[in-house]
Design a binder for this molecule. Sequence first.
Ligand SMILES: Cc1ncc(COP(=O)(O)O)c(C=O)c1O
Length: 418
Amino acid sequence: MRPDDTRGPATNTHPLDVEFVRRQFPALATPWALMDNAGGSVLPGVVIERARAYMARYQIQVGASYPLSVEAGERVAGGRAFAAELIGAAPDEVVLGPSTTANLRTLRRALAPSLAPGDQVIVTDLDHESNIGAWLPLRERGVELRTWRFDRARHTLELADLEALLTPRTKLVCLTHAANVVGYVHDIAAITRRVHEAGARVCVDGVAFAPHRRVDVKALDVDFYALSLYKVYGPHVGLLYGKREHLLAARGQNHFFIDETQIPYKLEPGGVNHELTASLVGTRAYLESVDRHHGDEQGALDLDRVFARFADHEARLLAPVLAYLRARPNVRVIGPGPEHDARRVPTVAFTVQGRRASEIVSTIDRAQVAVRWGDFYARRAIEGMGLREQDGIVRVSMVHYNTPAEVERLLAALDAAL
Ligand SMILES: Cc1ncc(COP(=O)(O)O)c(C=O)c1O
């Protein structure tokens, strides 16, 4: 088995050529340093080109016998095949939809008939609302919703706290891989093992993790896993993985004549967005170009290798930001201490004593560094941290296309703001 997500960044002999990377992204030709990537990453030109090419030639219905329709269907299938490859799944285990929020709501409707009054579903108070609110309507069926509260000192989900909630009636545990307001990577493989021992399933929100590290749903052994491709250098499409047997057993959400064996189509009401799904092969082409550029041309695209290179580069961006913030006596960095930095993606949230988050960000804006303040739809987490009154947190979220020079600009802007 491949190492799970507990590994830190790998050390590559060839560090990421970030200038090469940046040339692939038209939107990076801006004076702004884009550090709000956990909200959405910009797109490689090749993705835009694939969407354009599809729309120029094929904006027709797929599934017919005439050649154009067949070709169009192949383009869409190619996009789905990459979505599956990205997470190490089979194409029929990958449900595509407009967003993670929409996909998780579809999943809840599909699983609801299998739950009985008195069954329990666990959600956290650290997640983005997407993986909490989707499940709450189950209460109308008599399902008990329990809350796995995050550790108030470390801002992480602790297995010991889950233990107290698990019972023989627990059917599903919904949690985040890395919270979008903390960036700490939970040990999903270990948590999943424990949940399975208890006879329940997991539904993991991987949205804030997937832009940074390789997702391998088989190694993690998760039952359901959601991510948003528009944060992973792709178009605005949500990806929901489910183990094949779970998808087959789930109640279809499409037309009545779409058979229960037709996965994933039965869980894609109305079908997928054709042009955006077809453009997903552009994300693959981009990742392959990075792999090739660094001399890794022996054979096929190696996603582990590409994401290890990204993680390595991101660790170099993250370290000075954390060091700077921790050295300021009036700043509090959200999340566990420095000994856990290897388990962080480069998403840094902080607060400043006696200051509103909005005030800090408006000063940073003047330096043309794009960061953001608020609760980031992790409303319950921000309330649990007692931060609503001060406009939540300031969040700096970097990805592999950010540069050390941009980090310098951020630190200079912070000098002015703090
Ligand atoms: C961690 C996390 N989960 C879920 C979502 C919701 O994703 P979507 O916009 O695809 O519904 C977001 C969006 O910011 C997020 O950051």
